[in-house]
Design a protein around this ligand. Structure first.
Ligand SMILES: O=C(O)C(=O)C[C@H](O)[C@H](O)CO
Ligand SMILES: [Mg+2]
Length: 403
């Protein structure tokens, strides 16, 4: 088999998505997600200008060799743009290989390691009582694991708290909108939120929380310790992770499990975190961490240290990434949980898919490939619209902070 053509489809059915489609001389096609929120066109250009010309004429079955060729061959290694572009190629090639074999992708990854994929949903509220109601609503929908984020008194906008009830969309403006931040207000509020949730919900469900890189390590230790009575499944992105060693300080102060890695793009970003057992869950995902091929390598390293996977699955990752992630989740031995932030009906219509949700679990389906397609005619009706993530500033003096 030979790759005869590859092209990029950029569309915005409610939000921007970049999709790579690879075509072959045998009529089989494969697609991969290439969406990098707020920087979409840089990946589209990287693929069109620098990657696609290198793919034409190659055998799509040689997934590992093509991965190495794109990674080592560029000379310039890693980084979100490069690794998202490689991920898109890798995902499309796995899709083609599985279609050629007539098998769902998880069969090529070793088959099922479990009956289904536990996912967590997002309960967001403007205050504690509103968040509690949302958590209970998610429990009623069947979710076994629920992430809770709440507005903080005295802060106008807080990460994770959107306007809609099922669809949270932070990339909300043509230029970055500005939020304000107060660590003390947040640290006072968050333990009260989880105390109230456990009071109303009981102990059966898993609860998760995303700090979104806003605390210093010692502040994160303080928060983790104060949340211990509420038995969280994880506390996510407690502090920025460029300095992997900084998680040691958090670990010294709390037994609340730690998750990190949605912005990681290679095994090198999490090597020390994993080898030193400074985290419990690794959140790297298909689209931003070099595709199925590289994510399996990360998961294998993690498995040596009993670190489990918890792939990122926000709405800015397209259904193509979601489909591929579910095949990975179903097969990987050290699976933990999969994030599932629902897409809008418009997005689902552009990306028809085989995956399903039932009682808090997801199933990738059994059609050959990863089970997600793109309706190009429909996609063409939704042109790209620039949209950026917000920035955060300290409330008391305007210092730029992590968002
Ligand atoms: O889903 C999460 O845990 C997030 O933190 C979502 C991110 O803010 C979002 O994917 C940024 O593009
Ligand atoms: Mg997150």
């Amino acid at each position: 088999m030979k790759i005869t053509n590859a092209r990029i489809i950029v569309c915005s059915p409610g939000r921007n998505f970049v999709t790579l489609k690879i075509e072959t001389d045998e009529g089989l096609t494969g697609i991969g997600d290439a969406t990098l929120n707020g920087r979409e066109l840089s990946v589209a250009a990287y693929l069109t200008e620098h990657v696609i010309p290198c793919l034409i004429g190659r055998d799509p079955h040689q997934i590992e060799d093509i991965w190495q060729y794109l990674y080592k061959g560029a000379y310039w290694r890693r980084g979100p743009v490069t690794m998202t572009a490689i991920a898109a190629v890798d995902t499309a090639l796995w899709d083609i290989k599985a279609k050629a074999a007539g098998l769902p992708l998880y069969q090529l990854l070793g088959g099922k390691s479990r009956t289904g994929v536990m996912v967590y949903g997002h309960a967001n509220g403007s205050d504690i009582e509103h968040t509690v109601d949302e958590v209970l609503r998610y429990a009623d929908m069947g979710y076994k694991a629920i992430r809770a984020q709440s507005g903080v008194p005295g802060l106008e906008k807080v990460y994770g708290v959107g306007k809609g009830s099922l669809f949270y969309e932070p990339a909300d403006a043509d230029l970055p909108s500005e939020h304000d931040w107060s660590t003390e207000k947040y640290l006072r509020h968050t333990p009260k939120l989880f105390e109230r949730i456990r009071e109303k919900l009981g102990e059966e469900h898993h609860l998760l929380h995303d700090v979104h890189h806003r605390l210093t390590p010692i502040e994160a230790g303080r928060l983790g310790k104060s949340l211990e009575p509420y038995n969280l499944f994880w506390m996510e992105d407690a502090t920025p992770a460029e300095n992997q060693e900084s998680f040691r300080l958090i670990r010294q102060h709390t037994t609340t499990p730690l998750a990190v890695g949605e912005i990681f793009n290679s095994i090198w970003d999490c090597k020390e975190l994993i080898e030193n057992q400074l985290i419990d869950y690794i959140r790297a995902t298909v689209v931003h961490a070099g595709g199925i091929t590289h994510l399996r390598r990360i998961a294998d390293l993690a498995s040596l240290y009993q670190v489990r996977t918890g792939c990122h699955g926000a709405t800015d990752l397209s259904p193509v990434c979601m489909g591929a992630a579910l095949h990975f989740d179903l097969s990987v031995p050290n699976f933990g949980v999969q994030e599932y932030m629902r897409h809008t009906d418009e997005t689902d219509a552009v990306f028809p898919h085989a995956y399903t949700f039932d009682k808090g679990m997801m199933y990738p389906g059994d059609v050959p490939g990863h089970g997600v397609e793109i309706d190009e005619a429909l996609a063409a009706k939704y042109p790209y619209k620039r949209a950026y993530l917000p920035v955060n500033r300290q409330q008391h003096d305007g210092t730029l902070w992590s968002w």
